[in-house]
Design a protein around this ligand. Structure first.
Ligand code: ASP
Length: 681
């Protein structure tokens, strides 16, 4: 084991220069050949990026915003991220009379900034390798479920210890399925207030038709401020806005929290993701999007209420199509099968890798077993994504069950450290509930659940469930949050009754999932050892929502034969695309400000070959001096399936150019309060 790790380190040092592929951890950045980094265009010493002794550096200015990334851009806690990442906060303050989604928002002083109920960020502080501690906590000879429980118990105790420091928020992340575990220490800021949002027509220009597409003309950015003890949070590190922008060929560096990729999976596992994640999402979410659109037609109230869910479903649905398309076009599963076979052939003659070969076979058996219950499991999984009322009922029942246990016995996500979030989400939900839409989604889920023989769904109608529930009453719902299982049962509330009836099935599903995850935690590291040794070069770990850095250059690409995409777009392109109809309708005041030919040359979006995925939304893109040149928000179509494998020909991300942001704030919105803080006035 030890020799193997030294081997990995050596490869990182020696061979990182080979490609832009790789979402590198802060620790790995310090191992990269500094000469190579300099040649690429980095003008700062690597220690300036991350100083492990101090637990900070320029990378600490990239903070985690659940599902996204955000960047500090001033010493007073001003945060820049995507419009789509602050959409929930914008929606929280939108009403039919004051629709911030449509009109945008601009604070002209600190007093006008708008606080949110659930928006939080985590600032990174320290990364500690805890692999040995986790491995030592697994008793010899245990079964897979007990293995997972032992890993989780150790993770929880490490987290609890780490969170003894006030304000800390910690987690243990697994790399390569458990080849390495890292304790991630960060501190959390819970008072985040909206400072600026452009009108949706700018922040989401092009909407779904342009999502995951190039050429792109979207002003996908918004701003907030972090407060600590009621005062603007003071940060040592932030990204100043670059005075000069980027051009084709320029070096860029991107930091953020990429969520999840599938590159370390075997071909069979990838095929499962295709079928059980993306084909299912296409089918189920496709239907739900239609239902949300139909049920809110003509209702301003309904449109605002479902906007967050609709946006998320649309994004996941479009992404799923992109993944399926890319898997097919690139024959990625077939290529992975050939790659797996090559490792098997190589390892077959090497006694040291006998365990890896056995592990691969067992991973395949697990993949096959997963297929048998995949469609049903998917429906259990989307309880958390679909009907607001059913999600709340399921969460309240689960909460009541977990509360009865000692804190260290409670499942992750339901420990005391999580209660404040669960309660805040229950309060926040009121803004997102629209009965006609929720009823339609619940009907769809019930119909599908019956077809999959999920027994508690049989014979239930959404209409009856809503007639007999108090869960949609915010004050009742918050009372339920403090109740025991017996008290919830005694209410005889139809929605809670459904959740109570579902709970034993959900528990069995969680046990099956945990057992499989326990087996994977045993098998994947074995198999990965062979894959990495066979590769003979660094293999970047799959994304796991931890801080990563990727290096690249501003660059176009060819999407198909005879077509070449240039890497930058301008305001002129946005105006050209404008039809006056959503999602291609630019607000009049912007059109008026963009009259001159000079203005129309303002750069709007650019592409680079940095290695990103979902979760990198809002990632700061900086030049060699650490100055902000853009804000990542997307990838083009041909690169959506890069989650399964990196293809340098099409591996591109898409960013908003800071020159557009400055133009919008300065010339159009006259946002002096913000500009002064950014040092631009
Ligand atoms: N827009 C993307 C997202 O959904 C970012 C990406 O996938 O590259 O998070």
């Amino acid at each position: 084991m030890r020799r193997f790790r030294i081997g990995v380190l050596f490869f990182v040092l020696a061979a990182l220069a080979l490609a832009e592929e790789g979402k590198w951890t802060p620790q790995q950045v310090l191992q990269i050949d500094p000469t190579w980094l300099k040649q690429q265009g980095l003008q700062l010493p690597a220690l300036k990026l991350w100083d492990p002794k101090r637990g900070t550096g320029l990378l600490a200015a990239a903070v985690a915003l659940p599902g996204c990334t955000a960047a500090f851009v001033s010493a007073n806690g001003l945060i820049l991220t995507n419009h789509h990442c602050l959409f929930g906060l914008i929606q929280e303050h939108s009403t039919t009379d004051n629709d911030l989604i449509t009109n945008g928002f601009i604070a002209r002083s600190r007093e006008q900034e708008l606080a949110g109920k659930t928006t939080r960020i985590t600032v990174p502080r320290k990364f500690t390798d805890v692999t040995k501690a986790i491995e030592a906590a697994i008793p010899a000879g245990v079964n897979d479920l007990a293995r997972l429980k032992a890993i989780e118990a150790k993770q929880k105790s490490l987290v609890a210890e780490c969170e003894r420091t006030p304000g800390n928020r910690c987690s243990v992340a697994a790399f390569d399925g458990g080849l390495q575990y890292t304790l991630v220490e960060g501190f959390e800021l819970t008072d985040i207030r909206l400072v600026y949002a452009p009108p949706r027509a700018v922040g989401e220009f092009g909407g779904e038709p342009d999502n995951f597409r190039w050429p792109r003309h979207t002003g996908d950015f918004a701003m907030a401020r972090a407060y600590k003890d009621g005062k603007p949070y003071q940060c040592e590190f932030f990204y100043p806005i670059a005075k000069t922008g980027v051009k084709a060929g320029d070096f860029v560096m991107l930091m953020g929290y990429p969520g999840r990729t599938f590159r370390s999976m075997t071909a069979d596992e990838m095929a499962n993701e295709r079928r059980l994640r993306f084909e299912m999402a296409k089918d189920v979410f496709g239907e739900w999007i239609g239902l949300l659109e139909q049920t809110t037609k003509g209702s301003a109230e309904g449109t605002i209420a479902v906007s967050v869910m609709l946006k998320n479903l649309n994004n996941t649905h479009t992404n799923a199509q992109g993944q399926l398309d890319g898997l097919e076009r690139g024959k990625l599963v077939e290529k992975q099968r050939a790659a797996d076979d090559a490792v098997v052939a190589w390892a077959a003659g090497r006694a040291a890798f006998a365990g890896a070969l056995a592990a691969k076979q067992d991973l395949e058996k697990l993949a096959e077993a997963r297929r048998a219950t995949g469609a049903r499991d998917y429906l259990y999984g989307v309880i958390g994504t679909g009907s607001v009322a059913l999600r709340e009922a399921a969460s309240l029942v689960r909460m009541a069950g977990e509360r009865a246990k000692a804190d260290e016995e409670r499942e992750a996500g339901y420990q005391e450290r999580d209660w404040i979030r669960i309660r805040a989400a229950l309060a926040r939900d009121t803004q997102s509930f629209y009965r006609p839409s929720d009823e339609a989604i619940l009907s769809s889920w019930l119909r599908r659940a019956q077809a999959e023989k999920i027994t508690p769904a049989v014979g239930r109608s959404a209409l009856d469930l809503f007639r007999g529930t108090k869960i949609t009453d915010p004050s009742e719902r918050l009372k339920m949050f403090n109740e025991s299982l017996d008290q919830l049962r005694a209410r005889n509330d139809s929605m809670l009754n459904l959740a109570l009836a579902l709970e034993p099935e959900l528990r069995a599903w969680r046990v099956a999932t945990d057992t499989r995850d326990g087996a994977i935690a045993r098998l994947r590291p074995e198999w990965r050892k062979a894959v990495i040794a066979h590769a003979g070069k660094p293999v970047a770990p799959d994304a796991n929502s931890t801080l990563r850095v990727t290096f690249g250059h501003v660059k176009g690409y060819s999407p198909r034969d005879g077509v070449m995409y240039t890497p930058q777009t301008t305001l002129a392109g946005m105006i050209e695309k404008s039809t006056g109809e959503e999602p291609f309708a630019i607000p009049r005041f912007i059109l008026d400000a963009a009259r001159t030919a000079k203005t129309r040359e303002i750069p709007l979006n650019f592409m680079a070959d940095t290695d990103t995925t979902g979760g990198n939304s809002g990632s700061p893109v900086v030049n060699g001096r650490g100055e902000l040149v853009g804000l990542n928000f997307d990838r083009p179509w041909e690169n959506v399936a890069n989650d399964f494998g990196y293809n340098p020909d099409v591996a591109r991300n898409i960013s908003v150019d800071v020159r557009f942001l400055v133009w919008l704030l300065e010339d159009v919105q006259k946002a002096d309060f913000i500009l002064k803080e950014l040092g631009l006035k």
